[in-house]
Ligand binder design. Structure first.
Ligand code: SF4
Ligand code: SF4
Length: 509
């Protein structure tokens, strides 16, 4: 779930006509000073961080003047809060609070509909209030086609003892919150506290909003860079990885960095899983041997080879890794040679310089192991491939041995796979890249194995060189599945005249 900061949530609440305190976001102490000056009254400076208990961590401070606001922002910006570095503060007018309430909307996965929750007590977590004062909490499941009419909202507040004009004002705020959650396909939206000021205004003093990952693309106005549940801002590499997923929905690619700034010899492993349970077991097997996980990656749900290739390239771009461990479910239904081809392309292109163990259990795992075996001999580091009968624990042990061996023996010599300028180029687009064939190489290639490797029959031979099976003009983007079979066949059995270009924008080469 993608989370929004308090100031982002409040901006949306304001658009939904729910009053919020006057405020501005600031990224420097000077901006905070300027914001306080323009608000023109005592302000509160609030760290924008996805953590609870910001006040007790020193992330919320009061300031009576612009000068004090700058000093408070100076103290908060850059602060580490439970692993979250604060880069933004919200500078907001101080409000005089008379009463605090809670209003929330969450998706109940069991009921398969939103649940609206209100409480006449605000400020603390709704779970604690529900436990200590169940009589002060009311809930209602909402039928999505009916929505939340104003009288239902008022009725909820009535159940927790609110009446009269206040019931109407709180009811309006609740309807606004529900409509906001509905419009932005939120998994949850909370105003806590929803306050009544001394002059009788109902206001959202805080706001938390999380949006369904799969809905983020429909709401570019939210400005969510990466639709992942993170408890800190996304790293540059996570943003690069997310773009791979955002433009190619075939299969799943999930990448999260668990450590940064480490060095070779500190025991960090690039981890590449496939499927939840198997990945957990595999990471445990590494941890048991004293290794640390640099990143968690998952490619599953039948990803094309091109996606596995990009995942491997992104993992390998982390500096200071001691090894690469790919191990997930032992019974994957997808043909495992798809993943194997992705690994081979990535390892050959970067010149794998850390030991790698790849465990690909499932359909056609023997072919996958064979493909990886062919590639292994030509790499600077050792690569071993295993199947479902080899446990994650055994594979982790093999990686440990390879890492120790490499420490003593060093790297083998290697010539990285390079794209040579084609003398007679023939090029066509794929879903996320392009394929270039050098017909000058093809003329010398006896068996032309790329054509047989392409089970989609996209390639055919014409004038002794492969071309598309159809006229170039009628080739539909997306027909080539980016299975990489033609490139692997060309490299290992042909004459090296085919190159598949799969760009990863912004990735350091
Ligand atoms: S395998 Fe390579 S060199 Fe041989 S025909 Fe195919 S593209 Fe050309
Ligand atoms: S041309 Fe054929 S073999 Fe080559 S990547 Fe596309 S589908 Fe695979």
């Amino acid at each position: 779930m993608a989370r929004l900061f308090e100031y982002q949530g409040k901006e949306i609440l304001s658009r939904m006509k729910i009053p919020i305190p006057k405020g501005q976001v600031a990224r420097t102490p000077e901006e905070a000073e300027e914001a306080a000056r323009s608000i023109g009254k005592p302000v509160i400076i609030k760290a924008q961080a996805w953590v609870t208990g910001r006040a007790s961590l020193g992330g919320i401070r009061k300031a009576d003047s612009a000068d004090e606001a700058r000093k408070a922002a100076e103290a908060i910006l850059g602060m580490e809060m439970k692993g979250f570095t604060v880069n933004e503060v919200l500078v907001e007018e101080q409000i005089d609070i008379d009463q605090e309430f809670y209003a929330g909307v969450i998706i109940d996965d069991v009921a398969r509909r939103p649940v609206v929750i209100v409480s006449s007590m605000g400020g603390t977590g709704i779970e604690e209030i529900a436990q200590s004062h169940p009589d002060k909490v009311a809930t209602q499941k909402v039928k999505i086609t009916r929505g939340l009419p104003a009288h239902d909202a008022r009725n909820l507040w009535r159940k927790v003892g609110i009446s009269g004009k206040l019931q109407m004002k709180l009811g309006n705020a609740l309807v606004g919150l529900y409509n906001m959650c509905r419009k932005y396909e939120a998994r949850s939206g909370e105003i806590n506290p929803l306050v009544v000021t001394n002059d009788g205004q109902v206001m959202a003093a805080d706001c938390r909003l999380t949006v369904d990952d799969y809905a983020v693309f429909r709401h570019p106005d939210l400005g969510i860079e990466i639709a992942r549940e993170l408890d800190r801002p996304a790293t540059p590499l996570e943003k690069i990885a997310y773009q791979v997923e955002a433009v190619d929905y075939r299969g799943t690619f999930y990448f999260i960095q668990m450590a940064q700034g480490f060095r070779e010899g500190e025991g960090y492993i690039g981890f590449h899983g496939a499927g939840g349970g198997g990945s957990m077991m595999s990471m445990d097997a590494l941890l048991k041997r004293g290794y640390k996980i640099a990143n968690f990656t998952d490619t599953s749900g039948n990803p094309p080879s091109s996606k596995v290739y990009r995942a491997a390239r992104i993992i390998l771009s982390q500096e200071g890794l001691d090894g690469y461990f790919a191990s997930g479910s032992g019974v994957a239904s997808q043909e495992q040679f798809h993943s194997a081809r992705g690994f081979v392309k990535a390892f050959r292109e970067v010149g794998l310089s850390i030991p790698a163990v790849i465990r690909l259990g499932g359909n056609f795992e023997e072919e996958a192991i064979e493909i990886l075996g062919k590639c292994a001999s030509g790499l600077p580091s050792k690569l071993e491939a295993y199947g479902r009968d080899d446990s994650p624990d055994f594979c982790a042990e093999r990686l440990q041995l390879l890492i120790e061996e490499q420490k003593k023996a060093g790297l083998r010599s290697f010539t990285p796979r390079k794209r040579n300028p084609a003398r007679k180029p023939y090029r066509f687009e794929t879903v996320t890249g392009s394929i270039e064939i050098d017909h000058a190489c093809c003329v010398q290639c006896k068996d032309k194995p790329c054509v047989a490797a392409c089970t989609r029959e996209i390639l055919k031979i014409e004038d002794s060189a492969p071309v598309l099976a159809q006229e170039v003009a009628v080739v539909k983007k997306g027909r080539c599945t980016e299975c990489l079979a033609c490139e692997i066949a060309c490299e290992f059995e042909g004459n090296g005249g085919l190159w598949i270009d799969l760009p990863i924008p912004e990735l350091k080469e």
